[in-house]
Design a protein around this ligand. Structure first.
Ligand SMILES: Nc1ncnc2c1ncn2[C@@H]1O[C@H](COP(=O)(O)OP(=O)(O)OP(=O)(O)O)[C@@H](O)[C@H]1O
Length: 620
């Protein structure tokens, strides 16, 4: 038995080392590419280009800088903020007007541009705390539509349609920046931000952002505070647009409302979506190509908007995930097949967390719990006390309130009255991320995974919300961040091992797994932070017999290791097979309880008798 376990551990260590080596090699190639592109952009045009070409190229670089911010917000975090042209305008006019009217030094203008532009960007994105997706996109788009009109309305200050004139050349800390020098500065800013986005993408913050993007509730269940994440995203996305606005106005020594209109927004949206939102190269290639196209047909040509709109429509249908994402996956698979000489890594022993709270208190203690949705009271004063070590099945007819009670325990639904305690700590009224942060694991009826992330990265999400979150470390890839990443990775590998997933799945994309394995990955994610309580919502639904067996045995093993399990389940055979305790919920109240070794109450037996055999479950 011991030998089998060790060899399974070694196989996992080997598979993980292979996965990591492929990633590292791809990252090295990718970063070399970034350096080559940045060097070529910085050196070649000022050496060989005429001033018209450099003017066009510098505009493309400004757009690329904005695209990097959009990639953080939309690509990584899923926030469809579209107000970047407006942020650029605010930043550009701030710097321009300070220069023209007050003659302030360049460094003051830079600070003001960044501060005002970013502040405006954050304000613009605040509605995202209430509305998401396309609704939020429309709200933020309004600012882009309104901005040129606002600039014209304030023409006494902004110069209106004729533009703001009289801006003197940029002087930063005693250095006068010529047009070519501003271009090179813009390329340096672009390359630096590109590296920062890459650092972010590969960091524990990157995991948190993509978790909020793809599995909003799962992220909260893992202890991630979505409001905090979004506020950080708003700042990170607004800074590049503010910098681009500052550089643009100082390069052109002129500000015009036409520079910050819908065409710019459309170009960036189309480029990022077509290229591959969330990837390192996609947005840069996409926006770079479209900017090239736009300059070819002429920046003010009416073909611009039509062509961009058409490309967006066709591109979204033809490449729903962007060109770079599918290409990147093919390259990764190809490289993975070629790399065979990988030295196995080791998996360090797991440091078990001492469980928090009062060890003698019930693991779950629900008292007179009432929950209502509007006028509809679903849970009507339920009491349920579960001791540590329980493997409790919560059963009952459709609509009796089972999922609602599970959601209330983990903070997804708030009680109207009554109380809920976990390990003796009152959690009534706490938001979901706070309960998740206490180390309560949770799975969902429909697995909520990041489809294009690996199985291991998905499991790591379970650990990221539980630890200190150093943003600067993530942006700059500091040693503290690398250490944190490695620790969370090790915990995830242990969770991977504990649920008995096949080692070769460690680097597989979650999207490529069958439903049964997705559920097991969710269980692994739920135990990644080594919780002592996990809550599962219909884990056996839709699984075939073999998958149910694997899931049941996994849960039984975890329970024997001291993890308390509460599951909502319709499959009574599954509940009878694995649970040591059953609670029957009927019309919002606990109607019957049973514990291993006790006779079953008649009402529970009658309920179970409606589902006569395991074969019946198979058909349901
Ligand atoms: N967010 C919500 N808003 C309004 N009503 C809700 C909400 N969530 C649940 N309900 C209602 O509460 C009742 C109980 O739902 P719940 O999902 O808890 O039942 P359940 O016992 O888990 O049922 P099932 O086994 O069918 O999933 C149902 O009538 C449902 O429509």
């Amino acid at each position: 038995m011991e030998a089998t376990f060790l060899s399974a551990g070694q196989a996992l260590a080997h598979a993980h080392a292979h996965f990591r080596s492929v990633r590292r090699r791809l990252d090295r190639i990718s970063l070399s590419g970034v350096a080559v592109v940045a060097a070529a952009l910085a050196i070649l045009p000022p050496l060989f280009g005429d001033s018209y070409t450099i003017a066009r190229l510098s505009n493309a670089v400004f757009y690329l800088i904005v695209a990097l911010g959009f990639n953080i917000a939309f690509g990584l975090a899923g926030e469809l903020a579209l107000g970047y042209a407006a942020i650029m305008a605010v930043s550009a006019y701030t710097s321009g007007m300070l220069n023209v009217y007050l003659g302030t030094p360049g460094i003051v203008n830079l600070a003001a541009s960044l501060g005002v532009g970013t502040g405006f960007g954050v304000l613009l994105m605040l509605p995202s705390l209430r509305v998401r997706g396309w609704y939020f996109g429309l709200v933020s788009m309004f600012a882009v539509l309104a901005m040129p009109y606002l600039i014209v309305m304030a023409e006494d200050w902004t110069g209106g349609e004729n533009g703001l004139v009289g801006i003197t050349g940029l002087n930063l800390l005693g250095v006068n920046f010529s047009f070519n020098m501003i271009y090179v500065l813009a390329v340096v800013v672009f390359a630096g931000l590109w590296l920062v986005v890459d650092n972010l993408r590969r960091s524990t913050w990157g995991l948190m952002l993509t978790a909020c993007r793809d599995s909003f509730y799962a992220a909260q269940a893992c202890g991630i505070n979505p409001t905090r994440i979004r506020m950080v995203v708003f700042v990170l996305a607004s800074v590049p647009a503010s910098l681009a606005g500052f550089l643009m106005v100082n390069a052109e020594m002129f500000a015009n409302p036409g520079n910050y209109d819908m065409n710019l927004t459309l170009l960036i949206l189309t480029g990022v979506v077509l290229g591959g939102a969330g990837t390192l190269w996609g947005p840069v290639l996409g926006v770079g190509l479209l900017a090239g196209f736009s300059f070819w047909v002429g920046p003010f040509s009416s073909y611009n908007a039509v062509a961009l709109g058409l490309m967006l429509m066709i591109g979204v249908v033809a490449f729903p995930n962007g060109v770079a994402r599918s290409t990147g996956k093919s390259i990764r698979n190809w490289m993975s097949g070629r790399m065979t000489d990988v030295r196995p890594s080791s998996i360090t022993p797991l440091r078990r967390h001492a469980s928090s709270g009062n060890a003698n208190a019930p693991v779950v203690d629900i008292k007179r719990l009432t929950i209502a949705f509007g006028a509809h009271t679903v849970v009507k004063g339920a009491n349920l006390q579960l001791q540590r070590g329980t493997f409790c099945g919560l059963v009952g007819p459709n609509g009796s309130g089972k999922s609602t009670i599970l959601n209330a325990i983990c903070g997804a639904v708030q009680a109207k009255s009554g109380s809920i305690a976990i390990d003796g700590r009152n959690v009534t009224g706490l938001p979901m991320y706070a309960v998740g942060g206490m180390g309560v694991g949770r799975t969902f009826q429909m697995p909520q995974l990041i489809g294009d992330a690996s199985v291991l990265e998905n499991i790591m999400i379970g650990g990221v919300g539980q630890t200190r979150k150093g943003l600067l470390g993530a942006l700059l890839r500091l040693p503290s961040e690398r250490r944190r990443y490695r620790e969370i990775e090790q915990s995830a590998l242990h969770a991977f091992q504990r649920v008995g997933l096949a080692p070769e799945l460690v680097g597989a994309d979650a999207d490529d797994l069958p439903l049964g394995l997705k559920r097991i990955v969710e269980v692994a994610r739920a135990i990644a932070a080594d919780p002592h309580l996990i809550l599962l919502d219909e884990p056996a639904a839709g699984l075939n017999r073999a998958e149910k067996l694997k899931l049941g045995e996994t849960l039984r093993r975890l329970n024997s290791e001291g993890v308390s399990v509460v599951l909502v389940e319709h499959n009574v055979s599954f509940v009878q097979e694995y649970c040591n305790e059953i609670a029957l919920l009927d019309d919002g109240l606990i109607a019957a309880r049973w514990r291993d070794g006790e006779p079953q109450p008649t009402i529970l037996r009658d309920y179970i008798d409606q589902y006569p055999t395991a074969d019946h479950d198979e058909e349901v």
